[in-house]
Design a protein around this ligand. Structure first.
Ligand code: SF4
Length: 702
């Protein structure tokens, strides 16, 4: 078990989601066996105001877990693991890399990162791939999370910062249109920021389920819109049509600050209310009242994964932005558009080089100026840097094809990636699979080499929250014997691979290098350092040298060269708005439970959380359940051509009759991604997680 460093409390942030709730870890003196080495208390901070959810309160249990990996593991011929020395394990990894590249070229080695890695680790991982491995093949699990909203933000604003304003700005809103985000389950302290809109009957939640967040609309006269899965784009076009038709568009703003309005106006003209209602299932009167509500003084439109994790996710997020721009909300004091980042460092993780096409500072790897700048910081020839690689789904599709060796950091792809069985089959084809993790995740269990790494309370670093604020993660504990930091591992591998450049193992030094590499980029951190962050400065990026940071973006101009925001006309694929009944086929939507997080690698190992949510439950409407002969608690099989999931049924009127819901936190025969498809959005490469055709039938025992 990790041991306290000192008796002084450490101020840090939660290891889980992007709200990054502030907490204090107080070391326990001589913790008894079975107890945690620190106690966790919520800390006053603008995002969480001292509050934590069940995941945050119980996070210390991760540090005391008996399932913690504390030695490198090597897979034997019989499939079992044996413990190995670090020297031997790292030599094995380096030999696997060399062998793959000598036989098949640089791109035969790929790297798969994670949105939970600190900025320092994400940065060093991107540098390691490009400089030490010379591979273009790096991407990360944020591709499954934020990529479509990020693409839409870049397209419209020239900048992708999840919330371009502090979370606390939401407190005084008259109206908040929240599309596809169940914050009451994913980040409960966020609910406090909805209270102003709730008190004014101005919370409008769009979700095919009557989720915990949708139920928040019931006590104060808010509105729940329950469209058919996959019809969010049509819904947004219909709302934009109504806003324009009712004379609510801010024409002065559109003329002064945007381009592309005429094309958008034409594109929504056919989405009259009756057509929108027929397509989405949302009644005309609710469409009208929502459109009128959006014309208030203080209005925010927020999107989440529910509308973004689709093959038209970028266009759907674009339609939400178009609506916000038509209303003149973006950059206006007390109003705005934002997307709610999910993973802990989903924002910072996509800024510093883990993405297939990006260099640090949110720069394009295709931009010669950006390549020259970053190469100069790294001390390498810009010509030596590889070009853009493959986005996550395409990269995973190359396993065993052109990719022969894969290094995975902070990701559990056999649970979190779409078409999970195909991913598992691809991993089996590799010559060398290396996984860095602190638990033996389902992906780590398949590895040839497992490297045990430090976790949140054992490391220094920074995270960038959903509001684009850079936060300090502080160490409260010494890591268990036998565990190493990923910065150390990458440095040791770089040395073994005779890589050029320097490879620090000190997070503050790595951050300083990251800051230099980001200088002049969209996400400019060059004015920041660990020392400055330790003063408590409010570090919203861009934070160039000499600045005081940028809490609010777009007040005067947008990120495009002409300073204007771009409205982009988008239209739904007719196949997605086809509401034909296909012989009882249902639409599967995946999502989250309050007590579990992502692939469950961590939360399924926390007793209190797992006791509360030990298994996946299929939510199904009573009428549908009755038609299929399924009772409450009955074991059902949910399937399609890709696989079959078995789970107990929860019969509930909270879901549409044509829709079923499964959480995506579970493995084995409860893995929801056995059913999802590896089809992707053509702009962002976001997979389709929220609209999967399935059949459901009663089944035998689990
Ligand atoms: Fe942690 Fe998110 Fe819960 Fe806050 S809301 S305690 S950051 S999991």
């Amino acid at each position: 078990m990790a041991t306290p460093l000192a008796t002084a409390p450490a101020d840090t942030h939660c290891p889980y989601c992007a709200l990054q709730c502030a907490m204090t870890l107080t070391p326990t003196v001589d913790p008894a066996p079975g107890t945690t080495p620190v106690t966790v208390t919520g800390r006053a901070f603008p995002t969480n105001r001292g509050g934590l959810c069940a995941k945050g309160w119980t996070s210390a249990e991760l540090l005391a877990s008996g399932q913690r990996l504390t030695a490198p593991l090597l897979k034997q011929a019989d499939g079992t693991f044996v413990e190995a020395s670090w020297e031997h394990a790292l030599d094995t990894v380096a030999a696997g890399v060399r062998s793959a590249q000598e036989r098949h070229g640089s791109d035969a080695v790929a790297v798969f990162g994670g949105g939970g890695l600190t900025n320092e680790k994400a940065y060093q991982l991107g540098k390691f791939a490009r400089v030490a491995l010379g591979t273009s093949r790096i991407d990360y699990n944020g591709r499954f999370c934020m990529s479509s909203a990020a693409a839409a933000g870049n397209r419209a604003f020239g900048v992708d910062r999840g919330l371009p304003f502090p979370v606390s700005d939401l407190d005084t809103a008259d109206t908040i249109l929240l599309l596809g985000s169940n914050v009451a389950a994913t980040m409960p302290p966020f609910i406090g920021h909805l209270s102003g809109a709730r008190s004014r009957a101005g919370l409008v939640v769009v979700d095919p389920r009557r989720s915990a967040t949708a139920r928040l609309t019931e006590d104060g006269g808010g509105t729940h819109l329950q469209p058919a899965p996959g019809t969010d784009l049509a819904l947004l076009l219909g709302l934009t049509h109504l806003v324009i038709a009712e004379g609510l568009a801010d024409t002065a703003y559109l003329a002064d600050r945007t381009s592309g309005y005429d094309a958008v106006r034409r594109s929504v003209s056919a989405w009259w209310p009756e057509r929108t209602a027929a397509t989405t299932g949302v009644p005309v009167e609710l469409l009208r009242s929502t459109a009128r509500r959006l014309a208030g003084d203080s209005v925010y439109i927020l999107t989440g994964r529910g509308v973004e994790q689709h093959v038209d996710g970028t266009d759907t997020a674009t339609a939400a932005i178009n609506l916000a721009l038509v209303l003149g909300l973006v950059g206006r004091e007390g109003s705005g558009y934002g997307t709610l980042t999910g993973q802990g460092n989903g924002q910072g993780g996509r800024e510093h080089g883990q993405k297939a096409d990006q260099l640090p500072g949110y720069r394009s790897i295709r931009d010669p100026e950006a390549r020259a700048h970053v190469a100069s910081v790294w001390g390498v020839d810009p010509e030596s840097l590889p070009g853009a690689g493959l986005p996550a789904v395409a990269l995973l599709g190359e396993l065993g094809g052109s990719v022969h060796c894969l290094l995975v950091h902070g990701s559990n792809v056999v649970v979190s990636a779409p078409d999970a069985d195909a991913v598992r089959a691809g991993l089996a084809e590799l010559d060398t699979l290396v996984v860095c993790d602190f638990f033996l995740s389902e992906t780590a269990a398949l590895a040839d080499v497992v490297l045990p790494v430090t976790q949140w309370a054992e490391e220094e670093g920074t995270m960038t929250s959903l509001e684009g604020r850079v936060l300090r993660r502080r160490r409260a504990l010494a890591a268990p014997d036998g565990v190493r930091s990923e910065l150390w591992i990458l440095s040791e591998l770089a040395r073994r691979l005779d890589a050029p450049s320097t490879w620090s193992t000190e997070p503050a030094e790595v951050f300083d290098e990251l800051a230099r590499a980001s200088a002049g980029g969209v996400a400019d951190y060059s004015g920041l350092s660990h020392a400055l962050l330790d003063t408590g400065v409010e570090a919203y990026w861009p934070f160039p040298v000499g600045s005081a940071g940028t809490p609010r973006l777009f007040a005067d101009r947008f990120g495009h060269a002409d300073g204007r925001a771009r409205l982009v006309a988008v239209t739904p694929d007719p196949a997605r708005t086809d509401v034909t009944d296909r012989g009882g086929e249902l639409t599967l939507v995946t999502g989250r439970y309050l007590q579990q997080y992502q692939s469950g690698t961590q939360t399924r190992r926390v007793r209190e959380l797992d006791d509360a949510r030990p298994e996946a439950r299929l939510e199904i409407h009573p009428a549908t359940a009755s038609r299929l002969g399924i009772g409450e608690g009955a074991v059902v099989a949910v399937g399609n051509a890709r696989g079959t999931v078995r789970a107990r049924a929860t019969v509930t009127a909270d879901i549409r009759h044509d829709t079923v819901f499964l959480p995506f936190h579970y493995a084995g025969e409860q893995c929801a991604n056995l059913l999802t498809e590896a089809a992707v959005d053509p702009v962002s490469s976001m997979p389709e997680f929220k609209r999967t055709r399935v059949w459901v039938r009663p089944d035998g025992a689990i």
